[in-house]
Design a protein around this ligand. Structure first.
Ligand SMILES: *[C@@H]1O[C@H](CO)[C@@H](O)[C@H](O)[C@H]1NC(C)=O
Ligand SMILES: *[C@@H]1O[C@H](CO)[C@@H](O)[C@H](O)[C@H]1NC(C)=O
Ligand SMILES: *[C@@H]1O[C@H](CO)[C@@H](O)[C@H](O)[C@H]1NC(C)=O
Ligand SMILES: *[C@@H]1O[C@H](CO)[C@@H](O)[C@H](O)[C@H]1NC(C)=O
Length: 344
């Protein structure tokens, strides 16, 4: 009996000794030798995440020198539903989660914060690497009446766009798994020394377009994911009125449904290079007093195709439109649900 008690006590001590603690706030700077920083120091990506003791509350301020970005991976899982990991970038954007599987985060200068607090025992480890922004600017494009579409995460890429104000609307290839959008950073200014505003993951999560407050923006994708996530870039004068704005996303299916609700304002659905096939509107629910206008491009007189009244459009279905570079369906007001049939 005595030896069993001793044995159990020994086991308990061994387990608690194996749990990491981190009840501090600390700063991590890029090491002069340029090597990555791991926490705990002995953890590597090919190992499972070590245990983190219960009731920890920790934060790390990670500094990023000018001209560099930081890439963070976290391997971790909280052990209770109330605890979370949190990152805050230099523009103040927050991302929280309770389960991390080493999908990378990217941060521009001058710092980001990583913090956590947990009740129950959790699993946690991270790695930070610093690299220079060594992607040459591919081009500098003025955005006018014509929209511009990019495969934004397919390759490493950087470009500058100019307009009175620039509108960005992003659509991931997989709306359920869009971590790849974290590698695309958006700055106001001519390069990565401009004002960092957001990344495309945050932008998609907002479910809305983003409009710059400056004439020039710089968009850089730091890691190739080989995914066909699309970014629609327009002159914001044509999109600013949209109280709700979505890209049609078929997710590989031939039937695509999109819903918008602009309240008493306009809303729009952009169909961007879905397949270049014609798209057939097979069902529509909209306010009978509203109108739907179709444009092959941004909402300009030049790109205008047709107008339909909510009261009569149902009797005209099915209606086929060209699947052009960008086809847009603009609803004057109210909630609208459009169902398309698009051969893949
Ligand atoms: C894990 O990766 C390290 C290099 O980072 C390597 O030395 C080690 O052999 C790897 N271990 C396993 C089990 O693959
Ligand atoms: C994106 O990549 C796909 C596959 O390579 C290609 O078919 C499509 O035209 C590209 N889109 C743009 C806007 O470049
Ligand atoms: C799209 O529709 C037009 C007009 O009906 C037709 O001429 C064209 O062949 C169609 N394109 C495709 C890819 O089906
Ligand atoms: C839409 O309704 C207006 C006013 O009721 C009417 O003048 C117009 O002809 C209608 N347009 C179509 C395409 O049905």
């Amino acid at each position: 009996m005595f030896s069993l008690t001793v044995f159990l006590a020994t086991v308990a001590i061994t387990i608690s000794a194996a749990q990491n603690t981190c009840n501090t706030q600390s700063t991590i700077n890029r090491p002069v030798n340029g090597q990555p920083v791991y926490w705990p120091a002995t953890w590597r990506e090919n190992q499972t995440a070590p245990a983190l003791a219960e009731d920890q509350s920790c934060s790390w301020i990670v500094t990023i020198p000018e001209g560099y970005y930081a890439r963070l991976i976290i391997n971790g899982k909280m052990g209770d539903p109330y605890s979370h990991f949190l990152t805050i970038d230099s523009a103040g954007n927050l991302i929280t989660s309770s389960h991390e599987t080493m999908q990378p985060y990217f941060f521009p200068p001058s710092k980001f914060t990583l913090s956590l607090s947990n009740d129950e025992v959790a699993a946690f480890a991270f790695k930070i690497e610093w690299s220079p922004f060594n992607i040459p600017t591919s081009y500098d494009a003025g955005i006018g009446m014509q929209p511009h579409v990019l495969n934004i995460t397919k390759d490493r890429f950087a470009a500058e766009f100019n307009s009175d104000a620039v509108s960005l609307l992003v659509s991931p290839v997989d709306p359920k798994n869009y971590y790849s959008l974290r590698s695309t950073l958006v700055f106001e200014g001519q390069d990565f020394n401009g004002f960092y505003r957001t990344n495309l993951y945050l932008l998609y999560r907002s479910r809305q377009q983003w409009i710059s407050s400056k004439q020039t923006i710089y968009v850089i994708n730091l890691e190739a994911s080989n995914k066909l996530d699309t970014l629609l870039i327009q002159d914001a004068q044509y999109t600013r009125d949209y109280a709700d704005y979505v890209q049609l996303n078929c997710g590989g299916s031939t039937t695509c449904i999109a819903t918008v609700d602009g309240g008493n304002k306009k809303s729009a659905i952009a169909s961007v290079l879905v397949s270049q096939n014609n798209e057939t509107l097979v069902d529509i629910r909209m306010d009978p007093s509203a109108t739907m206008k179709v444009y092959y491009g941004s909402e300009t007189a030049f790109a205008f195709d047709s107008t339909y009244n909510g009261s009569t459009i149902n009797s005209l279905l099915p209606l086929t439109f060209y699947g052009s570079y960008v086809t847009q369906y603009v609803i004057s007001n109210g909630k609208a649900t459009l169902t398309f049939n698009i051969p893949q």
